[in-house]
Design a protein around this ligand. Structure first.
Ligand code: NAD
Length: 480
């Protein structure tokens, strides 16, 4: 018997609003069953959300930050109380395994608490003046209304990554979830509604990118666009934002190089690179996407990686416990990786394991794959794969690896496996990346700073620097 579907409603001005027109259907990627519908919001609804966010902002921004923090703590508590249902909701619509969905939910609650704790630590500056009797003050002020546009890969956490710093700095926000994974965002809104957060401070409008996303990013009432997604969409949003010179924070794609030197702990490198590549079925912006290994250890590394990738378990996460991976999020993603691997084979890549779609009867599954004999002129070494596929290239030394790694369009994440601290420091000094991990898998901390160079984005998230992205600096001169 099929499950009943939920028809979600937009959350605007503290209320779930009536459905007014078209809806978008949402399916489970493990079995293609219909889960829900969300509104394909029309122009009036998006306008209403922006009006309400604008109207609420002044009073919200003038409240002491510690009061704003109180609401974030309440929302974090609500998330913890509903953690199991929320994790299930994410797994159903996105396909990640339940254990990872649980990590995502708990991390989201911790993130809200972490950002709330900045309330008493937001600081301005007092600067000596050249004029007698004058003081110069720098205030950190909210920007106004933030439009948060979300992708589908960590859909629940990314709500908090945008709304928590935005709200603690005194902004209001209108969120548009990805049309692939919107349900968890409406469940988040239910918790917000119960927290008593003032109306208009947090709003959710459903819809597609070209319609609702475009309307949000082209509207004058929006003071900052906080976008996470692909480079192509980021580039389109940048063009749209140029009309109103709207401030941008863009967290885009990656092509993370993992460099394995001949003095590395090979077992550690194999374990960490496998974990990084298969978490969330390889659909993480800072996953290891390509490997550079030195000749002396290449055979050992490749044979151990083959074993490790062949041990990865996958399937429908709601039918089997303790799987390593679920399906890819949609057929577009599956077709994309299948085509990329076929092209790599034609260009000379050797399939060590995998190399094809895994037919489990339902769901978008691709076999964990290792490709050797790759070179930096191949598409697979340059374009984001976003699936459990690892192409490997042999390099003579660290300098060559760094040169090739830096020649990428992307600059989000990089990693290095070595026991030599001077080689680690050479990499840190020469890699042109927003993040570098030494002897560990790629996964960021909330108190760090997540940002990319080149086409991986503009600005960053997390920690103090991520928080201050959601502010502007107001200088005031007071002549006594
Ligand atoms: P996407 O760019 O296809 O879509 C992201 C969002 O943008 C969706 O909500 C979509 O509706 C919206 N959108 C589409 N066109 C738009 C337009 N013209 N104007 C406004 N909004 C529009 O990305 P995706 O497939 O959902 O996510 C995967 C991508 O996200 C990958 O490239 C991944 O690397 C990247 N990502 C980056 C980070 C990071 O922190 N750097 C984190 C997660 C994902």
């Amino acid at each position: 018997m099929s499950e009943p579907i939920t028809r979600y409603k937009n959350f605007i001005n503290g209320q779930f609003t009536a459905l007014t027109g078209a809806e978008i259907e949402n399916y489970n990627p493990s079995n293609q069953r219909l889960l829900s519908t969300i509104p394909q919001s029309n122009e009036q609804e998006v306008n209403h959300a922006l009006d309400c966010a604008k109207d609420a902002q002044l009073a919200w921004g003038l409240r002491p930050a510690i009061e704003r923090a109180g609401f974030l703590h309440k929302i974090a508590q609500g998330i913890r109380k509903n953690a199991s249902e929320l994790a299930l909701c994410i797994t159903k619509e996105q396909g990640k395994v339940l254990s990872l969905a649980e990590v995502e939910v708990n991390f989201t609650a911790d993130y809200l608490d972490y950002m709330a704790e900045w309330a008493r630590r937001i600081e301005g500056e007092v600067i000596n003046s050249d004029r007698a009797g004058e003081n110069i003050f720098l205030f950190r002020k909210p920007l106004g209304v933030v439009a948060g546009i979300l992708p589908w890969n960590f859909p629940f956490f990314l709500i908090a990554r945008k709304m928590a710093p935005a709200l603690i700095m005194g902004n209001t926000i209108v969120i548009k979830p990805s049309e692939e994974t919107p349900n968890n965002c409406y469940e988040f809104a239910k918790i917000v509604a119960e927290s008593g957060l003032p109306a208009g401070v947090f709003n959710v409008v459903g819809g597609d990118g070209g319609g609702v996303g475009h309307q949000l990013t082209s509207d004058k009432r929006v003071d900052m666009i906080s976008f996470t997604g692909s480079v192509d969409t980021g580039s389109r949003i940048m063009a749209t934002a140029s009309q109103n010179i709207t401030k941008l924070n863009l967290e885009l794609g990656g092509k993370a190089p993992a460099i394995v030197l001949d003095d590395a702990d090979i077992d550690l490198a194999v374990k960490a690179i496998t974990a990084s590549r298969v978490i969330n079925t390889g659909q993480v912006c800072n996953c290891a996407e390509r490997v550079y290994v030195q000749p002396n250890v290449a055979d050992e590394f490749i044979s151990k990686l083959k074993v490790s990738m062949e041990q990865v378990t996958f399937g429908d996460p709601l039918l089997q416990d303790n799987l390593d991976m679920g399906p890819l999020v949609n057929k577009i993603g599956l077709d994309k990786v299948a085509k990329m691997v076929e092209t790599a084979k034609i260009q000379g890549a050797e399939v060590i394991t995998g190399g094809h779609i895994a037919d489990l009867g339902a769901g978008y599954h691709y076999k964990p794959t290792v490709l050797a004999n790759c070179s930096n002129d191949m598409e697979i070494m340059n374009k984001e794969i976003f699936a459990p596929v690892l192409p490997i290239q042999i390099v003579s030394d660290l300098s060559e690896a760094i040169t090739i790694a830096n020649a990428s369009d992307y600059g989000l994440t990089s990693s290095l496996y070595t026991r030599d601290i001077s080689k680690a420091m050479q990499a840190v000094n020469q890699l042109s990346y927003g993040e570098t991990y030494i002897n560990r898998e790629n996964f960021e901390a909330m108190q760090g700073f997540h940002a990319g160079t080149r086409k991986s984005g503009i600005g960053g998230a997390d920690g103090k620097h991520g928080l201050y992205e959601y502010s502007h600096t107001h200088v005031v001169y007071i002549q006594a």
